[in-house]
Design a protein. Structure first.
Length: 406
């Protein structure tokens, strides 16, 4: 049996995806220097974080609740104290910023020039769910449940299969060493992205820092790092960009100038939705949208951009693999619940149902509650990372698996 559970925050994920898609379309239309894209996207990150942060601050001063991006952590230092020192927090923000700029360097200095398939980046993007799960489990202490482990195993097998098929169906003229190196660099690219996402999640969950303040600080540090990179590695790149893209007559098209002007604001929307989905839900939930719609995308690349070297068998197998990966990505994030082999047992909805059933047990049966019911309560509290201490107002306690009424 399969149960589909549509959650409200899917709307935020799709808003992020649409803004990202518009961002990609603008890059395709403008066709400016990749260095301009880097600088404008960083400026967009600062603008987006600053606008939402000021918006929240304004509402807080008026004692109003935010209807959008309802994260009221600006004044949290008065109520909660972060676990880490300021130096450690600044170092973590620096590393999150560094991974962003480093990911750009990998993409445009290595991967961009070795790209052999328009869709390969997207077909390998589910590595983010695997790497984010491992980081959150072993560094942040998140518990991997049965449906998580099962989904990760299936996604891992299919990623290996995708990698193998790329080697089997690769172009005859392509060097095998460079081909393998390119695909491994894609994995490395996405793992760098994952580290940034997990650091942001850690800073919000453990140190109670407003995510939009993190966005502003990251943007400032990234702007400094990008400027250093441009001046150290491309001394004449600024002059070339100015001459080619600003003073060049063919680049003074009003439409192009308009697209270039709105690019930072689209980037601002993308970054705001991205960090919101990342820290309010999880890096795994945020990464799902990167590959959820892959089947539709590779159909487009096959017919419109001659992807897969027009090899029908490779295309069909890739479609099937993408559909299965998207399916198990939804299983991992509990948008789809599978009722077999106990995969549903530790999902939040089923735990909540069991807890509700226990609360509705008649009072005269309380003393005879079974060990299983007590275990269900324990699982419910474990799942939500709640405090297990017993207070005066508790209605019952658990003793050796039995429930005693107070």
């Amino acid at each position: 049996m399969i149960k589909i559970k549509l959650r409200k925050h899917l709307l935020y994920l799709f808003a992020y995806y649409i803004s990202w898609l518009v961002n990609e379309v603008l890059e395709t239309i403008i066709r400016y220097s990749v260095y301009i894209y880097l600088i404008l996207s960083i400026l967009g990150k600062i603008i987006g974080g600053l606008i939402i942060y000021i918006y929240q601050y304004y509402l807080m001063k008026k004692n109003k609740q935010s209807k959008y991006f309802g994260i009221n952590l600006i004044d949290n230092k008065k109520n909660k104290k972060g676990k880490d020192s300021k130096i450690k927090i600044l170092l973590l923000i620096f590393f999150a910023s560094f991974f962003y700029v480093f990911r750009f360097i990998i993409d445009y200095q290595f991967v961009h020039y070795l790209r052999h398939s328009p869709s390969i980046d997207f077909r390998l993007s589910s590595i983010q769910t695997i790497s984010a799960s491992l980081i959150c489990a072993y560094a942040l202490g998140n518990r991997l449940k049965k449906h998580h482990k099962f989904s990760l195993i299936i996604i891992s097998i299919l990623l290996i299969l995708t990698f193998t098929l790329e080697i089997i169906y690769k172009s005859v003229n392509m060097n095998l060493d460079k081909f393998i190196y390119y695909n491994l660099m894609i994995f490395y690219y996405y793992i760098c992205e994952t580290f940034s996402n997990c650091i942001e999640k850690y800073l919000v969950d453990i140190n109670y820092i407003n995510p939009f303040l993190i966005l502003i600080l990251e943007g400032i540090i990234q702007l400094i790092l990008a400027s250093i990179y441009l001046f150290l590695n491309k001394i004449d790149v600024i002059v070339k960009i100015i001459n080619k893209y600003i003073f060049s007559p063919e680049k003074k098209n009003p439409f192009i100038i308009c697209c270039l002007s709105i690019y930072p604001f689209i980037s601002a929307i993308t970054n705001v939705y991205k960090i919101y989905c990342n820290v309010i839900y999880s890096p795994m939930a945020r990464s799902l949208i990167d590959y959820l719609l892959n089947p539709f995308f590779i159909i487009y690349t096959f017919f419109a951009i001659n992807d897969f070297n027009k090899n029908v068998s490779h295309f069909v197998i890739s479609i099937i693999i993408c559909i299965i990966i998207s399916f198990f990505g939804c299983v991992y994030n509990e948008y789809i619940i599978l009722f077999f082999c106990g995969l549903e047992h530790e999902t939040k909805d089923i735990i909540s149902e069991r807890a509700g059933n226990i609360e509705n047990v008649p009072e005269n049966n309380n003393c005879g509650a079974s060990r299983n019911n007590s275990d269900n309560i324990s699982e419910f509290f474990d799942d939500d990372n709640r405090n297990h201490s017993i207070g005066i107002n508790d209605s019952f306690i658990s003793l050796k698996g039995y429930k005693l009424k107070i």
